[in-house]
Design a protein around this ligand. Structure first.
Ligand code: NAP
Length: 324
């Protein structure tokens, strides 16, 4: 099978189901960076396969309101992601839902292997693996996930309509989640381990204007109470050591992300935090393997920089293929 929008000659891909598809570029991860890379590569005449382990769109799907993407004054994360997906697939991108587990160099091409046993051959790979939610690391966090502990306010907030909830974190995600939940829930406690926020000041000011938001600063979440479901959250003041129980039905954890690039550590360099080492060129140390978005070393992880990386990585991958 060959993409209508991809006249350029690719090489065969073979999955466990015996599928044979011709692609030039395999993009691992269908978030903002991966989908943007797909759009650029397809418009440059290359064939593209996206491999995604969860839903397309990546982290931004969980962001209720985007107000800092140039040219778009307001859009929900879901609508933004849907628009990107529609645009990429309209150009001929194909997507498989699988977990990529390894990349192998085989002569002048690469083989991407997946957890299901499929293997996909291509000329270039773009790693756009994003990052996964960081855990608080407190007792019973896993057990109560789905029973009051959530990592996605827009997915689960409705379950707690009219109730008291807590958000942990001090970045843009936590601020956005707190604002979203404040319009839905009767009270929102925003728990942050410092008294200064990593998220933007304008969002902090907006939250301060909401009467049902209480800031719990310089505090750590030290326990979650409740048998079957969350019934309260214990916070400990970092300065005084004083403990306090917040009577909430849910704890939304929004304390950032961590990369998940270990499966590819044999072909690309990772920095000490696990991000893929690559500069603004998005080229890794490995010819033919590029990286884009939150999974790479960078100072600013935003939608704009993810989209920018996608364009840069795709353009570099196309130039690499043309040079073969
Ligand atoms: P983040 O910016 O890394 O912030 C994580 C927050 O969680 C920080 O305030 C951090 O505290 C706190 N934290 C980290 N580990 C913790 C722990 N173990 N216990 C308690 N608190 C902990 O993560 P994010 O808010 O998810 O944002 C990720 C990236 O996406 C950022 O670059 C952000 O700007 C971007 N983003 C962009 C948009 C948008 O463009 N509209 C929307 C959402 C997010 P400290 O501050 O003390 O380190």
């Amino acid at each position: 099978m060959r993409s209508q929008a991809a006249p350029h000659r690719g090489i065969f891909l073979s999955g466990t189901e015996g599928r044979q598809i011709m692609k030039d570029i395999v993009i691992i991860g269908a978030g903002t960076a991966g989908l943007t890379a797909a759009i650029y590569a397809l418009r440059a005449g290359k064939s593209v396969l996206l491999i995604e382990s969860q839903m397309y769109g990546g982290q931004i799907v969980n962001t209720p309101d985007i107000e800092n993407y140039p040219g778009i004054s307001h859009v929900s994360g879901f609508d933004f992601a849907q628009g990107l997906y529609d645009q990429a697939t309209a150009f001929g991108a194909e997507l498989v839902y699988e977990t990529a587990t390894a990349i192998e160099n085989e002569g002048d091409h690469k083989v991407v292997r997946t957890a299901s046993g499929s293997s996909y051959e291509c000329k270039a790979v773009i790693l756009a693996t994003g990052a996964k939610n960081r855990k608080l690391g407190i007792a019973r966090e896993e057990e109560l996930t789905g029973h009051g502990i959530s990592y996605c306010a827009t997915c689960d907030g409705m379950f707690f309509k009219g109730k008291d909830v807590a958000v942990a974190g001090g970045g843009s995600t936590a601020l956005g989640d707190a604002a979203y939940l404040a319009d839905l829930c009767s009270k929102v406690y925003l728990i942050h381990r410092r008294d200064a926020f990593r998220g933007v000041a304008a969002d902090v000011e907006k939250l301060k204007g909401k009467k049902n938001v209480e800031f719990v600063l310089n505090a750590n979440v030290t326990a979650v109470l409740g048998d079957q479901n969350v019934e309260g959250v214990e916070v400990t003041d970092k300065l005084t050591g004083e403990k306090r129980v917040l009577p909430v039905s849910a704890l939304f954890v929004a304390i950032g992300q961590e990369p998940d690039n270990q499966p590819f550590a044999n072909v690309v360099d990772l920095d000490p935090k696990g991000y893929i080492s690559a500069g603004e060129s998005c080229a890794t140390k490995q010819p033919g393997i590029f990286t884009a978005g939150d999974c790479r070393t960078k100072t600013l992880r935003q939608l704009t920089t993810a989209a920018s990386d996608g364009a840069v990585a795709a353009t570099a991958a196309c130039a690499y293929i043309d040079s073969l």
